[in-house]
Design a protein around this ligand. Structure first.
Ligand code: NAP
Length: 479
């Protein structure tokens, strides 16, 4: 291994601390490292460094900034295998998924690097012969970026790349569950020709770091990805300084399967999405709504596929489903499954923990039938490998069930009727709709939700806009 994780990066320097946070391998329970527990004083140092660096970084050409980002993408790809191993060991996801995620990081970085060259302004027709109106886009300033553990690489790249491409400087605060991969990914950014202070990373107490970022007026924007509960708290904190904030929060994605769908394609896509990352995916399917005419057929197809999934330690060959992230996550899944069965649902596949290691974080891929939309398992974000199946009688009923959620991140449906496809896409109250497939997270498209799933978008030119301010310039000609 060529990485160690005993440092943060502030102003281009490796900062170590005497006090640290222990990092646990969720598959085994082993302590696999320790990362710094940074002090408030050092977070303030990072803010000053980023503020100072902003002056030059924001004045470089987009082409120059793109060159630095391209170096970062190349560094990540050159270490893809090693980084994937670190991620798999620390987060639990299968090695193949972690390897793919490092590739996705490079794609996000490259796309934003290029799109930064197309941050165009506007010329607007004036209201008098002497007036000239132009609108320019300028970087917001120093940004605080707070990321979760479930996609510990992609969530960093999806924020840092557009911020840097837009000309902002950043302070990243990764999840304490997955700080090692974040530091390793940052090591690769620091191996580029980037100026000191442009990008900083701090690990430690989330509330202290976040409070320090929010209370400092030099921080002009916070971009947060994580739970809706914490997102709501941060939104209130942002109000004090009318600080810009974007929020990528929890989801509860419904999937609707109609009788005219190709049921094999639907079953393949549902199982692939539902059990990716052990079900710990913000845009992951939460409930499967199936029409009564096809409920037996689609349930069998899903169940057959789920029974074949290989559960195990993510770094072992051929594993498709790893452990959950921690005990709270397993407890939540157990509670939701018990609540559902006590209220009349039936377990079709799985339904129990697996004794793969003494750490107790493995849960069988599970399919539950006879689920009612009012059950907690249908209302809450499960964030685990459990597929609850709900039966409906009409399209209108399915849409009503789907839209009843307070979340609005992603929804999916399967149909081969073009009229139905348009009607349902327009009526579902979600920020993203997957039709006959579940792939949503790509660099060029606006990823994000409505309702309590957040505000703002990551990806596409919309993602860059989140790190830009509009400035309107009215020039009065003097002749
Ligand atoms: P979380 O508990 O909200 O934590 C997210 C981040 O916030 C972590 O860095 C965490 O740091 C930090 N944090 C925790 N308490 C905080 C506080 N009081 N003030 C400031 N920061 C605080 O979420 P998670 O469990 O890591 O992630 C899972 C959630 O993220 C799910 O709900 C999922 O749907 C959502 N998510 C959404 C998207 C999207 O694009 N919409 C993408 C991925 C995940 P510590 O770990 O150090 O406490």
């Amino acid at each position: 291994m060529s990485y160690n994780y005993n440092h943060n990066w502030i102003n281009g320097n490796k900062i170590t601390t005497s006090d640290g946070i222990k990092v646990i391998n969720p598959a085994t329970g082993d302590v696999i490292g320790e990362v710094p527990k940074i002090s408030e004083h050092e977070v303030n140092d990072a803010i000053v460094a980023a503020h100072t660096a902003f002056k030059s970084w924001s004045n470089y050409t987009a082409e120059y900034r793109a060159d630095i980002l391209e170096q970062w993408a190349q560094n990540l790809i050159s270490k893809q295998d090693e980084l994937a191993h670190i991620m798999s060991e620390e987060q639990g996801k299968p090695y193949a998924e972690a390897y793919g995620e490092i590739g996705v990081c490079a794609k996000f970085i490259r796309w934003n690097a290029e799109e930064g060259k197309r941050i165009y302004g506007e010329i607007i027709p004036p209201s008098s012969p002497q007036q000239r109106i132009s609108v320019i886009k300028q970087p917001v300033g120093v940004c605080g970026l707070i990321t979760p553990w479930n996609f510990p690489g992609a969530m960093i790249a999806r924020k840092v790349a557009p911020a840097l491409a837009a000309g902002c400087t950043v302070i990243v605060k990764p999840s304490s569950e997955t700080p090692r991969i974040a530091i390793a990914i940052f090591d690769e950014l620091m191996r580029t020709d980037i100026d000191n202070g442009v990008a900083n990373i701090v690990t430690g107490s989330s509330s202290m770091i976040s409070n320090t970022l929010f209370s400092n007026p030099k921080i002009r924007k916070i971009s947060f990805t994580g739970s809706t509960t914490i997102g709501k708290q941060l939104m209130k904190q942002a109000a004090d300084q009318v600080k810009r904030i974007s929020l990528e929060l929890g989801g509860n994605a419904p999937t609707i399967v109609l009788p005219d769908a190709n049921l094999d394609i639907a079953a393949d896509a549902i199982v692939e999405n539902k059990f990716e990352n052990t079900g710990q995916m913000c845009n992951g399917i939460n409930t499967v709504l199936v029409h009564e005419d096809i409920q037996d057929e689609i349930t069998e197809k899903i169940a057959t596929r789920v029974q074949q999934l290989k559960v195990g330690i993510g770094t072992d060959d051929g594993v498709q489903v790893g452990p959950l992230i921690n005990k709270a996550a397993v407890d939540k899944v157990e509670h939701l499954v018990a609540d559902a069965t006590q209220n009349g649902a039936n377990i079709k596949v799985g339904g129990h923990k697996l004794p793969i290691s003494s750490n107790g974080l493995f849960y069988q891929p599970t399919v539950i039938t006879n689920v009612n939309p009012s059950m907690a398992i249908a209302q809450d974000e499960i964030f685990g490998p459990v597929a609850p199946i709900i039966t409906f009688k009409s399209i209108d009923e399915a849409i009503e069930i789907a839209n009843a959620s307070q979340f609005g991140l992603a929804a999916y449906f399967f149909s081969n009727n073009i009229n139905t496809i348009y009607k349902i896409s327009e009526q579902l109250e979600f920020g993203m709709i997957g039709v006959n497939g579940t792939q949503l997270s790509v660099p060029q498209a606006p990823f994000g939700g409505i309702k309590e799933s957040g505000m703002g978008r990551e990806g596409g030119h919309h993602g860059l806009d989140g790190f830009l301010e509009l400035k309107y310039i009215s020039l009065s000609l003097q002749e």
